[in-house]
Design a protein around this ligand. Structure first.
Ligand SMILES: Cc1ncc(COP(=O)(O)O)c(C=O)c1O
Length: 298
């Protein structure tokens, strides 16, 4: 890709991680074009929505029911609201970044402006790996523990035990890890199944879509909370998601850029290994590195 000054970049971030198959994947783009000829948004749920939901339930261990959204913040915020409604508790333990929702920015002085203190005070931040949280969870005051399950399966197992003992819901934010840790997510890779899971980013190779999936006993309460969006059932993104997942499942994952429009002509993994920041590759071209929160290279 090129910036306005004509500098050329190799975008290994893949647009903040959605483009898991590379820019302009021909199969996904064709699926979008085909669906476009049938319509974009409808008054009722479509068969595509059911097909995507069934696929997610087949792949993700915690998925027994599914609700779609448009971005990661939609579904992390929905998951927390659902957990609060289900447990009738307000406090939430949160580790890491989960979007810009009021509930999740409380821990960060740079993000908290505009969030009512009464809301911010209901979220308790903790550092992933900190064992002191187990005893606090067991006090039975927390609706949910929200984590990004990137590493340390043993820690996840202990979190899960504390949650089970205290009636606290365990929420995995797999917005980055699914499907990069595998199509069953980090939960499949680590063998720890949470109550609720949030996915987004790479579901549809760049189309805006997210999903909250989870166990039936809690997901059934989605009917009791407010969660709706005009575009949640938008079909171009759903068609793109179904095709992206099919392609990943078929083992056709190919990080090599497939079109010229994105601007990456050749893949040069060597050019962008290294610390965060901008660097020049062997060719002297500048490379983009993941910004904070984006830890992965395609
Ligand atoms: C782990 C994680 N959760 C949630 C989000 C929020 O997603 P979105 O920006 O689509 O609202 C992000 C975004 O970077 C993320 O990395």
């Amino acid at each position: 890709m090129w910036d306005v000054d004509g500098n050329e970049y190799i975008d290994l971030v893949g647009a903040l991680l959605p483009n898991i198959l590379g820019y302009r994947d021909p199969t996904v783009d064709e699926a979008i074009r085909t669906q476009l000829s049938s319509g974009i948004s409808f008054s009722l749920a479509t068969e595509l929505e059911a097909e995507l939901s069934e696929t997610l339930c087949r792949l993700i261990p915690s998925a027994e029911m599914v609700r779609l959204g448009k971005n990661g913040t939609d579904v992390t915020t929905a998951a927390v609201r659902l957990a609060r409604a289900y447990t009738r508790r307000d406090l939430v333990f949160s580790s890491g970044y989960h979007g810009w929702g009021d509930w999740s920015v409380a821990w960060d002085d740079n993000r908290i402006r505009g969030v009512p203190w009464a809301v911010a005070a209901q979220t308790v931040p903790f550092e992933y790996g900190d064992h002191r949280v187990f005893d606090l969870i067991k006090k039975e005051e927390f609706a949910a523990v929200v984590v990004e399950p990137e590493t340390n399966p043993e820690y996840l197992r202990e979190l899960q035990s504390a949650c089970v003992l205290s009636g606290t819901l365990l929420i995995f934010d797999e917005i980055i890890t699914w499907p990069r840790w595998g199509l069953s997510g980090a939960q499949g890779a680590y063998g720890v199944t949470p109550d609720l899971t949030c996915i987004s980013k790479a579901i549809a190779n760049g189309m805006p879509i997210s999903a909250l999936v989870g166990k039936r006993f809690v997901m059934e309460d989605m009917e009791k909370i407010s969660y709706s969006g005009t575009f949640f059932g938008e079909t171009l993104s759903i068609a793109a998601a179904i095709t992206t997942i099919k392609k990943l499942e078929a083992g056709k994952r190919n990080a090599k850029p497939t079109g010229s429009g994105g601007g990456c002509r050749r893949r040069r993994p060597w050019a962008c290994r290294g610390p965060r920041g901008r660097r020049r590759g062997r060719s002297g071209r500048r490379c983009l590195y993941p910004r904070a929160g984006s830890r992965l290279y395609l």
